[in-house]
Design a binder for this molecule. Structure first.
Ligand code: SF4
Length: 514
């Protein structure tokens, strides 16, 4: 499989194994916007804490000697020990390919792979429809065709099945077709180029783009997602298009949750600045919008997650894409910064400046009124945050600060090379890097938070506080703060232990006595 291996390998840096990562409480304050915790650390360089990181080579060697699993799923092809894979690369690639609304995706493999993933797409679309009243036809009924490999193909090869399926697809003359390979196709080693060449004469103008991710043989979900993005960018984007002075691209939006609601809200905000969205890379895109990607002179990354950062690097190196510093505007403060950065980039001086400040003033009124209504219920409540995957928790901290809450600890765990959390408030809260999960209960007893918010809630935690998780895809704008504050207010009204949990203990007691 082409693509991720070489560049992704560069991320295997600053790995655990150095004692420095554990228990570094109360770090000296980083600059605003500085990363905390999970510094990627150039090999052999000194980190923010002034400690020398081991070089990548040293770290890799020690892992191999100790037979420890690699903690990140993205590099295992380089190592003799295979770490756990999260999802499969086929699914990741399929989730990208099926977002191109006028293309057809061919799943090269057994029907079960296509069936499971079609169901996955459908269930997300069904939720969007019933919960958010957003219709996503490309997910409800994706243009997805399976080559339906069976036992016979597993023995004799699936090339003929692929050629035949491709010919059928190409009779519809779609502008593009993607061929995504599953584990079985990878295992039997079907060669795609020959099948594509045999079918191509049916529609010579269709761009047939192979995505040889081979199920989970080449990696997990994110690796497939990234590979599909790279293939589509390489094969479809026309680098000759010139940037237009009012156009931005949106990069790496989630494909679930509030995504469409957020997109519409951002369109409104951008519209107020006379800026428009050129290409969504990749949500509900068309082949021609992807070809015109370079018309968008400024690129807005949806979030700073691992795969998104790698995609941004790729688009920058390959197409000279310019990216905004701020990711999508979650919460009031970030929305303000995001709008000002975009206005500054397009720099149409007075008109855009005054429009921006007018929009911000409106958002601020909405935000202050909402927060004022909730402060009485939340003032003085003690909040602890336990971060593992999130890259941006500042809007959550701002919500707590503005509602008068006390943040008793910001604990940052480090699970793998994916997360890259940052904060502007390391001077304002007790921040603990390299947090060990087993510290959690002792901290709850000592710090007595009223609410603990984390990426996931472990089973069996004592009813000493209320537990909640971070929102997966928060809404854009001040509504993110306000929805969160409303949720906390509701949670804090509930007793520490809900009555139904006692039923379990009663039942357990009855069973043991019986
Ligand atoms: S892991 Fe392999 S077999 Fe399972 S859905 Fe993914 S491609 Fe298909």
């Amino acid at each position: 499989m082409p693509g991720p291996s070489a560049r992704d390998g560069d991320q295997q840096q600053g790995l655990p194994g150095s004692s420095a990562r554990d228990g570094n409480r109360q770090q000296s304050m980083p600059e605003p916007g500085a990363r905390y915790g999970n510094e990627q650390g150039t090999p052999g360089t000194v980190t923010r804490n002034g400690e020398k990181q081991p070089s990548r080579r040293d770290t890799d060697d020690s892992r191999i000697r100790a037979k420890l699993p690699i903690l990140t799923p993205y590099f295992y092809r380089k190592f003799p020990i295979r770490p756990p894979v999260q999802g499969c690369a086929y699914t990741g690639a399929l989730m990208v390919a099926t977002q191109v609304t006028d293309a057809v995706t061919i799943s090269h493999g057994p029907r079960s792979c296509a069936h499971m993933n079609r169901h996955y797409l459908y269930s997300g679309a069904h939720r969007a429809l019933t919960r958010y009243r957003v219709a996503l036809p490309e997910k409800l009924d994706p243009a997805l065709v399976s080559t339906d490999l069976d036992e016979n193909a597993m023995v004799h090869g699936g090339g003929e099945r692929l050629t035949e399926t491709l010919r059928q697809v190409l009779t519809g003359r779609p502008p593009a077709a993607f061929v995504v390979t599953t584990c079985p196709a990878g295992l039997i080693g079907d060669e795609l180029a020959g099948a594509i060449a045999r079918a191509q004469p049916v529609s010579p103008e269709t761009r047939v783009i192979p995505m040889e991710v081979d199920g989970n043989l080449t990696g997990g979900y994110s690796e497939g997602w990234l590979e599909a993005c790279r293939r589509i960018a390489t094969d479809l984007i026309d680098p000759a298009r010139r940037p237009e002075d009012d156009a931005v691209n949106l990069i790496g939006e989630s494909n679930y949750g509030h995504t469409e609601h957020n997109y519409r809200r951002m369109e409104e905000l951008l519209g107020a600045l006379d800026v428009r969205v050129n290409t969504r890379f990749i949500q509900r895109a068309t082949v021609s919008s992807l070809q015109g990607f370079c018309r968008g002179g400024f690129n807005l990354l949806a979030h700073g997650g691992f795969a998104n950062r790698r995609l941004a690097d790729f688009l920058t190196e390959r197409f000279g894409a310019v990216f905004a510093e701020e990711t999508l505007p979650i919460g009031f403060d970030k929305t303000r910064r995001w709008l000002r950065e975009i206005a500054g980039y397009f720099g149409r001086a007075k008109t855009i400046e005054s429009a921006t400040e007018r929009v911000i003033a409106g958002l601020e009124r909405e935000y202050r009124a909402g927060v004022d209504g909730m402060r009485d219920s939340l003032r003085g409540k003690r909040l602890m945050l336990l971060v593992s995957y999130e890259t941006d928790v500042d809007w959550i901290l701002e919500t707590a600060f503005d509602c008068g809450m006390e943040v008793v600890r910001l604990a940052v765990m480090r699970l793998d090379g994916e997360s890259d959390p940052r904060t502007r408030y390391a001077d304002r809260v007790d921040t603990c890097f390299g947090y060990r999960p087993e510290q959690q209960i002792a901290d709850i007893r000592q710090l007595k938070p009223d609410l603990l918010v984390s990426s996931f809630t472990r089973q069996g935690l004592p009813p000493l506080t209320r537990y909640d998780t971070f929102p997966t895809v928060p809404v854009v704008g001040p509504q993110a703060n306000l929805e969160l504050a409303r949720r906390w207010r509701r949670l804090l009204r509930a007793p520490l232990e809900e009555g139904w949990k006692r039923d379990g203990r009663m039942m357990a007691g009855a069973v043991s006595q019986g």
